[in-house]
Design a binder for this molecule. Structure first.
Ligand code: S3P
Length: 441
C-alpha cells in the first residue's frame, strides 16, 4: 500500500503565488527538434518528467549528445537523418504517446531496423493513426495490429504526401510534420484543429511552412530538407498542469492563487473558456509573446456559483487533457452539464471518459456516459463522508491528480494508488499541493 496516498481532510483556504513546471508538449518538441539541428541548442525550465526524460534517453540511444545541468539542458544535434545507432535498436517511449508518435516521424529514413516499445498503458494505444500516413512517405512498419511494439524500417526514397488528419490529433499532425522536414518536396497536411506548438516552432525557426487556417481545419504545407537552426528556448509553464490548481482554487472556500508565466496558446485555452462559462473566477494578465507562443499570469479566485454547461464542441480539442477536471467542476454545478463528441478521451493514457464517469459514481454524482459523451447531474451541496478507493487506472497521471483535487474539495476518506504516476508529467505536483496547505499521507 506504500504507493497509495491517503487524504482525509479538505484543504483549508489559501492565498498564494505558485510556479508550475514546464510544458510537456513543448519540452518534448524542443528536444526532438534540437536533435535535428547541427548546432547546439539550449533549453531552460525543461520539464524533467518521465515523458521528457524518456525522450532524452531515446535521443541518446540515437547518438545525440545531451547535457543536463541544474537549470539547463543542452543538445548537440546530428542534423536531419543524422542519427547514428546499431541495428535492431530498441527505443522505449515509456508512457508517452507524444514521444512514441512524434519520434516515428523522425525515423522514416532509418536504414537499420528500430523497435519502439512502451509501457502497459502505451501498448494499449493506437499507433495505426501514425503508421498509415508514415507508410505513405515510404517507411515500412510491422506491428501488433497497430499497437506497440512496432518495428520501423526507413527508406532513402521518401516522397512528400498529401494527407487529411481527421482525428484532431496534434501527435499525428506533428509526426507527419517531422517526417516532412526530412522529405524533398512539399508535404500537405489538412488537419482537424489541434494544438499548434509544432507549427509555431517551425515558424519561429523560419522553416518553410505555410499554414492556411480554415474554420474547422488547417492546411499545413512544409517544404523539406532545410537546415534546422539552433533552438534556444525557455519552456513556459504547462496550462494542463496549472489546471489542477485552477480547479482546486475555484472550488475551495475563500482562496486565491496566482500562477505566473503560463503558456496561453489559444489551441490549449479550452479549459480557461469552459471554466469561465461555468462561472469560475479566472483572469489573465501580463500577456507576453515569447518566440511565437503567448504566456500570461493567471489569477484564480474561489467561485461559489458554478453553472452547468452544454459544452460547445469547438472547445473539445483545446481542452482535451483537462476534461477529467472539468467533470469535477460539473459535479459542483447547480444543474445538468453535457459534454459530447469526446470519443478521443478514451484513447488516452487510460480510457478517460470511462474514468471520469467512474470517479463521479464513486463520489455519488449521477451521470450517464456513452462511448463519446457524458451527462453530469451536478450537486452544489455535495459532501462526502465515506471511504473512496481509486486504483487500477493504468497509472494514468491525470486520473491520479484529478482524484487528489476531488478529495481536497469534497472531503471523504480517500486512498489513491500509484502516486508515482505524477512523474509522467508533473513530478512536483504533491509538493505544490502540500505547499498550499493540504495534508496528505
Ligand atoms: C499532445 C497531443 C494530445 C494530448 C497529449 C499531448 C501533444 O494528444 O492529449 O497529452 O503534445 O501533441 P492527441 O494528439 O492524441 O490528441
Amino acid at each position: 500500500m506504500s504507493n497509495f496516498v491517503k487524504i482525509k481532510n479538505k484543504i483549508n483556504s489559501f492565498n498564494k503565488n505558485l510556479s508550475i513546471d514546464g510544458d510537456k508538449s513543448l519540452s518534448i518538441r524542443w528536444a526532438l527538434l534540437a536533435s535535428q539541428s547541427l548546432k547546439k541548442s539550449k533549453a531552460s525550465n525543461l520539464l524533467l518528467s518521465e515523458d521528457v526524460i524518456n525522450t532524452l534517453f531515446c535521443l541518446k540511444k540515437l547518438g545525440i549528445k545531451i547535457k543536463i545541468t541544474k537549470n539547463f539542458c543542452e543538445i548537440i544535434g546530428l542534423g536531419l537523418n543524422g542519427f547514428t545507432y546499431k541495428d535492431n535498436l530498441i527505443l522505449n517511449a515509456g508512457n508517452s504517446g507524444t514521444l512514441g508518435r512524434l519520434i516515428l516521424g523522425l525515423l522514416i529514413h532509418s536504414k537499420k531496423k528500430i523497435k519502439l516499445k512502451g509501457d502497459n498503458s502505451l501498448s494499449k494505444r493506437d499507433f495505426l493513426r501514425v503508421i498509415k500516413p508514415l507508410e505513405k512517405f515510404g517507411a515500412k512498419f510491422s506491428s501488433n495490429n497497430g499497437k506497440l511494439p512496432i518495428k520501423i524500417q526507413g527508406t532513402n526514397y521518401t516522397k512528400p504526401i498529401k494527407y487529411f488528419e481527421k482525428k484532431g490529433s496534434a501527435q499525428v499532425k506533428s509526426s507527419l510534420m517531422f517526417a516532412a522536414l526530412n522529405t524533398i518536396g512539399e508535404t500537405t497536411i489538412k488537419a482537424k484543429k489541434s494544438r499548434d506548438h509544432s507549427e509555431k516552432l517551425f515558424k519561429y525557426l523560419k522553416l518553410p511552412i505555410k499554414v492556411i487556417k480554415k474554420k474547422k481545419y488547417d492546411i499545413i504545407k512544409i517544404k523539406g530538407k532545410n537546415k534546422i537552426p539552433a533552438l534556444n528556448y525557455r519552456i513556459p509553464s504547462d496550462i494542463s498542469s496549472a489546471a489542477f490548481f485552477i480547479v482546486l482554487t475555484a472550488l475551495s472556500k475563500n482562496s486565491q492563487l496566482k500562477i505566473k508565466n503560463v503558456n496561453i496558446n489559444p489551441s490549449r485555452m479550452g479549459v480557461f473558456y469552459i471554466l469561465k462559462l461555468m462561472g469560475v473566477r479566472i483572469s489573465k494578465s501580463n500577456i507576453k509573446n515569447y518566440k511565437g507562443e503567448k504566456i500570461a499570469d493567471l489569477v484564480i479566485k474561489s467561485s461559489n456559483n458554478i453553472k452547468p454547461i452544454n459544452c460547445p464542441v469547438k472547445f473539445n480539442s483545446s481542452a482535451i487533457d483537462e476534461f477529467l477536471l472539468i467533470f469535477i467542476v460539473a459535479a459542483k454545478a447547480e444543474g445538468v452539464s453535457y459534454f459530447k463528441n469526446l470519443s478521443e478521451l478514451n484513447e488516452k493514457e487510460s480510457p478517460r471518459l470511462k474514468w471520469g464517469s467512474k470517479i463521479l459514481n464513486k463520489i455519488g454524482i449521477k451521470n450517464v456516459a456513452t462511448k463519446s459523451s457524458i451527462k453530469i447531474y451536478g450537486n452544489p451541496n455535495l459532501k462526502i463522508n465515506k471511504k473512496i478507493v481509486i486504483k487500477n487506472f493504468l497509472k494514468d497521471h491525470r486520473v491520479f491528480m484529478t482524484s487528489v483535487v476531488a478529495s481536497l474539495i469534497f472531503g471523504g476518506n480517500w486512498s489513491i494508488a500509484n502516486k508515482e504516476a505524477i512523474n509522467t508529467s508533473f513530478p512536483s505536483f504533491l509538493e505544490k499541493i502540500r505547499y498550499l496547505g493540504a495534508k496528505i499521507h
